[in-house]
Design a protein around this ligand. Sequence first.
Ligand SMILES: [Mg+2]
Length: 468
Amino acid sequence: MPVKITGYETHDVRFPTSLTGDGTDAMNTDCDYSSAYVTLKTSSDLVGYGMTFTIGRGNDIVCMAIRELAHRLVGKDVEDLFANMGKTWDYLCSDSQLRWIGPEKGVIHIAFGAVDNALWDMYARSRNKPLWKLIVDMTPEEVISATAFRYITDAITPTEALAMLKAKEGTKAEREATVREKGYPAYVTSAGWLGYTDEKVARLMREAVAQGFNHFKMKVGANRDSDLRRGKIIRSIIDDPQYLPAGTAPRDPNGPDLRGKNAGPTGSVLMIDANQVWDVPQAIEYVKSLEEIKPWFIEEPTAPDDILGHAAIRKALKPHGIGVATGEHAHNRMVFKQLLQAEAIDVCQVDSCRLAGVSEVLSVLLMAAKFGVPVCPHAGGVGLCEYVIHLSLIDYIAISGTMERNVLEFADHLHEHFLYPASINRNGRYNVPSNPAEGYSIEMRQSSIAEYEWPHGSYWVNSPKKSQ
Ligand SMILES: [Mg+2]
C-alpha cells in the first residue's frame, strides 16, 4: 500500500525570550523567539516535522501560509515526492496564486521553508537516517535532482555542480569519520547580546572560553562608545591565555585555519553583527572606528537586499582587515547568487528556514563552494542550531570539503524543547546528530507546545502577554 500524505497540523509556538534580553541586537530589541511549526501526517505512522523561525507577532500569519502550502501535498504518495525532491520543490513553489504573494520571498517563502523541511524530515525518518546522513549517502546525481536550480544557472549549472560533487565523492567517508570524531567547529553568539550588562557579557565570555570556544560574536550598532567598551572587555578575556581550558595551548593566529580572521594572540576570533541598522557610508565609518577590537567580519551591516551596498562596504573595509558577512535575511538563492557574483561577502550565512528548505539551501551551498566562500550558517533563534548542524555536515562531507576555517553559530537557548537537541562537545564543537530516528532534529516536545502555544498555552494564559 503506498503511503500518502493525509493531512497536516500547525502550531504557533512563542517563547517569552523578551523577558531576559536573549536575542537582542541593534534592530531586534524585544524578541519572543517563535516557531511556526508543522507536522505532516501520512496514512502510515510516518510523520514529518518542520518549522520556520520568527520573533513573535506575525507567527500566526506564517502558520496560515504553511497550511496553504501543506494542503498541496495532501493525497500525494510520499515515495513519489521523495524520488525527486527538486521536482517536489518546484511543485510546491508553483501555485500561481500563492506565488503572487512572493514570489519566493516574505511570509509565503519562509512558510515554504517549514513545509519543505518537514518533507525532508519525513524522508530521512523513512530511511532511518538523520537528514545529513540521508544526503551525504546520496549519489551526486541524486543530490543534483534534489536541488533547486531555477534562476541560478548563470552562476552554476547542474553539470558543473555534478562535477564538483563527483570530485568529492571518493573522500566522503574519510571526512564523515573525521567530523564524527572531532565534531564541527562552532562559535558562540549568546554571550554577546546587546541587552546584557557588561558584567553578564564578561561572565558569559569567560564561560565560553572555558567551554573550548575560540570564535565569539558581539552585537554592535546601537552606540559606538559602548560597542568599543564591550569589545575591549571581550578582547581582554578571549586574548588572555589564563582563561583557556586547562591543558589547552593557544592556537597560532597565523595558522591556516585562522589566517585572515584578525585572530588575537591566543588564536581567538571576534565577529561583530549590526543586524542591518546602517546606511552604506555609515556602516563603513562605524566599522572602521571599531578596527581596534580586530573583528574578522561585520555581519549584516546594511539592508539585506542591498547587494551592491554590501560590495561597497566590503571594498572599503578590506584595507582595514575586516570582512563582510550576511545571509540570515537573504530571502532566496538569487540574492546569494548576486552576493557571490558581486564579490560582496567573505562569509555566506545561509539560513535553514528563511530559504525554502533543504532543496534551496543545497543550491546555495553549491554556489558558495564554487565561488570559494565559506558557509557559516545562521543559528541565532529557536530550532536553528538543531537544523544547521545538518547543513554544515552536508557542506563539509559532500560539497565544499572544508571545515576548519568554517564555524557554525551556536546560541545556547531553548534546546530543551526539542527531542533531539543540538549539543556541543568539550572542545567547543557541535556533536554530530546520530540517532537514526531524529530526521532533521526539529521535533518539538509535546509538553513544550502545550505550554508555549500562542495564545492558549499554559504559559501564556498565566503570564503577561508579551507577544500581543
Ligand atoms: Mg546575525
